[in-house]
Design a protein around this ligand. Sequence first.
Ligand code: PHB
Length: 556
Amino acid sequence: MPPMTSTDIAAPAEAVGPLMRGIAVLRRLTDAGGRQSLGDLARTTALARSTVDRVVRTLERMGYLRLEGRDAILAPGLMELGNAYLAAVRLPDLLGPHADRLADRLDESVSIAVPDLDGVRFVHQATRRRALSLTFRIGDLLPAERTAPGPLFAVDWTADDWTRWHERRAADPEDLRFPAVPPGRTGTRETFRDRTADVRERGWSLDDQLIEPGLVALALPVVDLTGRQVCAVSAVSHTSRHSAAALRDAVLPHLRKTVAAMEQELRQAPLAPPASAPPTSSHGLASWTAASKQELGPEFVESLARGLTVLAAFGADRPELPLTAVALATGLPRATARRALITLEHLGYVTMHGKDFRPTPRVLALGFAPLSRLTLPQIAQPHLAALVGQVHESASLAVLDGDDIQYTARVATARIMSVNITLGTRLPAYATSMGRVLLAGLPADEQAARLAATAPHPLTGSTVTSPTELAALVRQAGRDSYALVDQELEEGLRSIAVPVHDRGGRVVAAANIAMHAGRRTAAQCRTELLPALRETAARIEADLDTAGRYTRVALY
Ligand code: PHB
C-alpha cells in the first residue's frame, strides 16, 4: 500500500505541480533503495510515462540522478539538499563531535535523532557495530514506537499526533512505510503509551529489541535554551554485550554527561541565530541556471528545478529565511520563490516560523539515506564509465595498501595485460602510475618510510629500480599531480594516473587510464588523455565532497 503523505490532502491552488511530481519521483527512488526502472517509476507514482521521462531528464541535468539503461539511479549531487538541512539545523556540526567522543569512550554506536511526525529520523551516526545486522544511516526514518528516542518525542505529542499514529499503525501493520527496518514487529509487550508515560517519570527511554532481536538502545533527550527537545541521543548495543537493563546501568551516567555537554554547546550557540547577517545574493545559484533554455532542451522542467533549488538556499548561516531572502539567495523572482515555498510547506519540507521558512528533517527523505551508503568505488564507477566511453581505453580506481595498490573500481575495454585485472587485484605500487601518485600523496614521513622499505626489482627492462630515482619520480608525481608509467610493470603497457582527493585535500585514491603502448605515445597520453582523466577525477572529488559533508564515505 502506498504511504499516505500530505500530498493526499488537497494541494493549495498555488502549488507547483511539476515540483510535487519531481518530489514524488525522488521519494519513490529513495524508498526503492536508490534505483528503479522508469516503467516501475511511472507505475508506482501513478504518473504518465512521459511525465516521468521529463522529470528524470530534469533531475539528471541537475546532477540529482543518472540513467543507466532503463533505470533511474539517485546521484550524490542530490545530497546537497540534505546537507543544506543538516547545516541549517546545526545539530550534527554542534553535537556530532560529542556523540563521536561518547562512542569512542563506550566503544558502542551512538546516534542523534530528531522527531519527524510519528517517526524518528537520524541526523548523526557514530557507528561501532558488532554482531548487529542493521546499521542505520543519516536520513533513515524509523517508526517512533520501535525506537528508544520515540517515547521521548511522544511526550510532546498532541491528541492529533496520537490519532495520526493510530491511523498509521492501522494502515501499515507491517511497517512497510519504513524501509530501513525489518517488516513486522518484534519485541516486548509494553505499549508505546506506557513507555511514553514512563519517560515522563524517569527521563530516559529504552528500546529492548523492538527493531530486531539483539538490538538494544538507551536514549536521552537534548533540550535547548527554551526547554524544547531538539533531538535525542542514543547509545546502541547488542544483547551479547549488554541486556537492556545492563545497558542502562552501564551507560546512563556517561550518556547524562554527554547530554549535559551538548546542552551547554547549544546554550553557547543557540539554534536560532541573529537575523542580522543578510544572505548574500546568488549564493545557491545552481549550475543549470546559467544555461540557456536552448541548452537545457525542451525536456527540462524549469519549475521543478527552481523549486528544488529553494531547498539548497538554506545553510549554516541561513538556517531560516524570509521569502525575500530565499528569492535573493536563489536568484528566483519573488513570485516563483513564493509558490515553491508554498508547495514545499504543503509537502512538509519547510515550515513557517513567523515570517521565516525553515527546512524540516523530511528533506533527508529525498535520497539521503541510500546515497550515504555509497562507497567511493560506487561513486567513481559511473564517472569511470563515462571516461571510457570518451577515450575508449580502460580506466580504474585504486587505493594504497602497504606496498601494493589494490583495484577498487574498473571499467575495462579490451584485455591488454597478461594478468586479468579484477576488483581486489594487487600490483606493486612502485611500478604503477596509480602507485606513484598514491605514494606522492602520503604525508612526508610516511612516504619516506614507505620508500625506504621498498625494494624495487626489475619487472621489465624499463622498471626503475634505483631507490633514489624512484623517490625522485614520486616527488615529481606529487608536483605534477599525475604520473605516467611506461612499460615498467609489463612490456607493452603504458598508463597514466591522477590522484583523487577527499574534501580535506587528502589523497584517498588514484584513477588511471591504461593502454597498449602501441596505441598512443607518452606525449599523446599527456595531451589527449590527461585532461579527460583530470576532469573525471574532479567529478569524483565533487561527488565525494557532497557525500562526505556529513557522512563517512567508505574508501573501498
Ligand atoms: C541506532 O542509532 O542505530 C538506534 C538508535 C535507537 C534505537 C535503535 C537504533 O532505538
